[in-house]
Design a protein around this ligand. Structure first.
Ligand code: PHE
Ligand code: NA
Length: 501
């Protein structure tokens, strides 16, 4: 069958979509506390090294695979060799897992944008979050007790996502970022501007940027830097392969990658400045040190920020801008995660855009709502997030570089492809980074996390709970990926739909 692949309208549509994917919750709530906990100002060094030696090279690697083989992750890896398709399906399943919990966080952020106006959390945002809003159960065994304040905004997230993605790559995926990214930049700049004028802001910035050079001797700090870069750039799990497959045959890949990589990091630094100015204000207002007010992750966004919103001048505006930014940044990332899945289903089954979108989003949405609008949603989310990132993303990235550069000896093919279309050329050094340094770093990070969890468990959760929502899903995805790769491609599928050149 003659079917032409969907395409971005141009290089900038692609760049904006890739920035939309990269800039997400990780920039706003993850980077600031990771930097703070891992050496503050000194974290810049491992962070930049990780960006230059792993983040950007891996971004180029994903672009090259998607662009050269013009397919979703399973199709691109299938075209690379008959035996590597399962890697693509592993990446797809990781995206399913991340997508179903990411939607929950966007749903909470929608509600908190609204709560910022009346500040209904009162004196105690922590009790409000855990008790009144999420109604978190003490015991993490799944209860399926339904929490309506989480259900409705999540349903809205899934319906909106369905409508956007049904319109396809140009009028859905790319357009969402072309609207979302400028909006996000404006909102975030205003937010940072306000935060910088709060009394105590300087103290917060001092806390973030004062270098602790001793931290550089700690391997944990380097692991944190590489981990942050992988997650933050959305590399290694199919997203950039998928987006690059929608590019015109002659597109400057490396030039685009540099724009995406540096924009994402720029946004992280900006978020660090905004968040720590705000924390500085809170520390001063309550007469404690910055370290006492800096929560991490969910606590930072949904406990520390509400406290700030109640205390600061222009609090309601700060709240609407902060949670509004989370919503917009979250949506463009969620879309990119789900596009990996939709694209894979379209390619393998030869389905049309709407059919694939309705089936993928319908199924993911139902599972997502069933798991996360319940009183045990928070514990499951936390566990799935940790395993998806530390086991899944890192593991899949490791396997893909090992297979491509090691077993298949294709590093030359990748570089040749990049150089054939791009302005910024890569050479021998690049092959060494991808073929030698990257597997070592990734293997080290991956194995050290696994060994730690085997030895110590995770967050004190019971073994059977971890067995299902941690190890069960993680290892189950690997097994399922292998099974999916064994299903033959039908004649109707996109494997046969078009020529490569
Ligand atoms: N890169 C995104 C961020 O920084 C996170 C993300 C993870 C996006 C997984 C897509 C998929 O928040
Ligand atoms: Na990011």
């Amino acid at each position: 069958p003659k079917r032409t692949r969907e395409e971005f309208t141009g290089r900038w549509a692609f760049i904006l979509a890739a920035i939309g994917s990269a800039v997400g919750l990780g920039n706003i709530w993850r980077f600031p506390y990771v930097a703070y906990e891992n050496g503050g100002g000194a974290f810049v060094i491992p962070y930049l090294i990780a960006l230059l030696t792993a983040g950007i090279p891996l971004l180029f690697f994903d672009y090259a695979i998607g662009h050269r083989f013009r397919g979703s992750a399973p199709l691109a890896f299938r075209r690379l060799s008959r035996w590597t398709e399962a890697v693509g399906w592993w990446q797809v399943l990781i995206c399913v897992v991340i997508g179903i919990y990411y939607a929950a966080i966007i749903g909470w952020a929608i509600m908190y944008t609204w709560f910022s106006v009346d500040q209904r959390w009162g004196e105690d945002p922590e009790t409000f979050l855990m008790g009144d809003y999420l109604r978190v159960a003490d015991d993490p065994s799944p209860s399926f007790d339904f929490v309506s304040g989480v259900f409705w905004p999540m349903l809205a997230v899934w319906v909106i996502t369905l409508l956007i993605m049904g319109f396809g790559v140009r009028r859905g995926v790319a357009l969402a970022s072309m609207v979302g990214i400028p909006l996000l930049i404006v909102m975030f700049l205003i937010l940072v501007g306000i935060a910088l004028t709060l009394p105590g802001a300087a103290q917060g910035l001092d806390a973030l940027f004062t270098p602790n050079w001793a931290a550089l001797a700690d391997p944990g700090v380097w692991i944190a830097a590489y981990g942050q870069i992988f997650f933050s750039l959305s590399v290694g799990f199919g997203i950039m392969i998928t987006y690059a497959s929608y590019l015109n045959r002659r597109t400057n890949l490396t030039g685009s990658g540099l724009v995406v990589g540096f924009s994402n990091s720029g946004f992280e630094i900006l978020a660090g400045i905004g968040v720590f100015s705000a924390l500085g204000f809170m520390a001063q207002a309550s007469g404690v040190s910055v370290s006492e007010v800096a929560g991490s992750g969910i606590g930072l966004a949904f406990i520390a920020f509400p406290t700030l919103i109640s205390q600061a001048p222009l609090g309601a505006l700060i709240g609407v801008l902060f949670f509004g930014s989370l919503v917009v940044a979250g949506f463009t990332s969620l879309i990119s995660i789900l596009e990996v899945v939709i694209s894979a289903v379209k390619d393998k089954l030869g389905w049309g855009r709407w059919t694939a979108t309705i089936v993928v989003i319908g199924l993911s949405g139902v599972v997502s709502l069933a798991l996360f609008s319940t009183t045990t949603g928070l514990q499951m989310l936390d566990t799935m997030d940790a395993f998806a990132n530390n086991f899944g993303i890192v593991g899949a990235a490791l396997l893909s570089v090992l297979l491509v550069t090691g077993a298949l000896g294709s590093a030359r093919r990748i570089t040749a492809h990049l150089n054939a279309v791009s302005s910024f050329k890569v050479g021998r050094g690049y092959v060494l980074l991808i073929g030698v340094l990257m597997p070592i770093v990734l293997a080290y990070i991956w194995l050290s996390w696994i060994m730690k969890v085997i030895a110590e468990g995770y967050e004190g959760y019971p073994g059977d709970f971890l067995g299902v929502f941690g190890w069960g899903i993680a290892l189950g995805s690997v097994a399922l990926a292998v099974l999916l790769s064994l299903i033959p491609w039908s004649r109707k599928s996109n494997l046969y739909a078009e020529d490569l050149d």
